[in-house]
Design a protein around this ligand. Structure first.
Ligand code: MG
Length: 159
């Protein structure tokens, strides 16, 4: 028995914010804007996990009108979503993420993202894939107006 979920998120790039992606802070001239730390990769992963059990989306569980979530480290949200799955008897089998960003170069950071995300979800690093691509300067990502991320997860019952 298994189930599947997918997630997608976008945040706007702006000056004066730290860039958090895949659970780590990356040195860059721009950061993502949002109520939380605006980590699009984690938000896409959370939505994929919630979607796998038809539990709604991240906005339903952690509303951006709630001051408790202002500036929150998205890793806390990811741990909470993993807990929601486990209390229903499910765990992530594997997850595959793609981040669309023109800049900065993400390749040097991918391995650390995988380690951090796997730690939050509670699975081994080889069950978390993170990929990054530019969009060849096309679209909002290409114009560096924002960064988007997609995630797919397969979940399985806890034995
Ligand atoms: Mg978001």
């Amino acid at each position: 028995m298994m189930r599947i979920g997918q997630g997608y998120d976008v945040h706007r790039l702006t000056e004066g914010r730290e860039l958090w992606l895949g659970g780590i802070r990356i040195d860059h001239t721009l950061g993502l804007d949002g109520h939380s730390d605006a980590d699009v990769a984690i938000h896409a992963l959370c939505d994929a996990m919630l979607g796998s059990l038809a539990l709604g989306d991240i906005g339903k569980h952690f509303p951006d009108t709630d001051p408790r979530y202002k500036g929150i480290d998205s890793k806390r949200l990811l741990r909470e979503v993993a807990r929601l799955l486990s209390e229903r008897g499910w765990r992530v089998g594997n997850a595959d993420l793609t981040i669309m960003a023109q800049r900065p170069k993400l390749a040097p950071h991918i391995e650390r993202m995988r380690v951090v995300l796997a730690g939050c979800v509670g699975i081994s690093t080889d069950c978390i894939s993170v990929k990054a691509t530019t969009t060849e300067r096309l679209g909002f990502e290409g114009r560096e107006e924002g960064i988007s991320a997609m995630a797919v997860v397969l979940i399985e019952p806890i034995a």
